[in-house]
Design a protein around this ligand. Structure first.
Ligand code: DX5
Ligand code: ZN
Length: 212
């Protein structure tokens, strides 16, 4: 299983990114919020752009924005491996997925805890990954919503039937105990569990042990 690390709840973003870059995490997860689709901490793009000069890690971009098209090209230029936006955006979903793929980047759809999984169905053969939110979008450091466990199962089964190569990713509130319940997914996104500790690599090692 891959691990992507989020720095959304960190005060010193630049320092956190440098420390995360020194770990063996697979990706740095970038949460980008415009305040229109969801409320939360909006880190301006121009700030993120500067910071990413300091990491060689590939990015797993999570766009929590109303109009993904506005930001897809910008993040495509920043060494993104994956770009995911929300199914809750409703408009131009197929076009935006195509745009992401036109840059040779894996395209994903994210789904909030209160959205019906069947909404993903029309797009399952057009996406490379699904990012299932296990907290409400907007902030790091929230508690994992246990009710997303059966939802993860439902979505995985539905998606893998149509598209066996699809990657199932879960984002929010993951710690050592939660990780043990997520052994069958492909990637976990973890923020505060790692960044609240002094030694980031040790925290990642604990998570990797938990999913063995
Ligand atoms: C929530 C974000 C998550 C979050 C993860 O809106 O999408 O990526 O920052 O952080 P933790 O692990 O602290 O929930
Ligand atoms: Zn995220």
């Amino acid at each position: 299983m891959k691990i992507a690390t989020s720095f959304l709840s960190c005060k010193n973003i630049e320092g956190a990114i440098q420390k995360l870059s020194a770990t063996d995490a697979d990706f740095i997860h970038v949460d980008f919020i415009d305040g229109k689709l969801y409320k939360g901490r909006c880190i301006p793009f121009r700030k993120l752009k500067k910071i990413f000069k300091y990491t060689r890690k590939r990015l797993d971009v999570h766009l929590m924005v109303k109009k993904p098209k506005k930001y897809i090209k910008k993040f495509a230029d920043l060494n993104a491996a994956n770009i995911t936006f929300h199914i809750e955006t409703e408009k131009n979903i197929e076009k935006n997925l195509e745009l992401i793929r036109s840059f040779g980047i894996r395209a994903g759809l994210s789904i909030s805890p209160d959205t019906e999984p069947s909404r993903l169905r029309p797009y399952l053969d057009k996406i490379d990954l699904i990012l299932i939110m296990s907290v409400m979008p907007g902030a790091g450091g929230q508690a994992f919503m246990e009710e997303t466990i059966p939802k993860i199962k439902t979505i995985s089964e539905m998606a893998r039937k149509v598209n066996p190569n699809i990657k199932i990713c879960v984002d929010g509130g993951i710690n050592e105990d939660v990780a043990k319940k997520l052994k069958s997914i492909d990637m976990m996104v973890v923020g505060s569990y790692i960044t609240n500790q002094k030694n980031f690599q040790e925290a990642i090692d604990v998570l990797r042990d938990a999913i063995q």
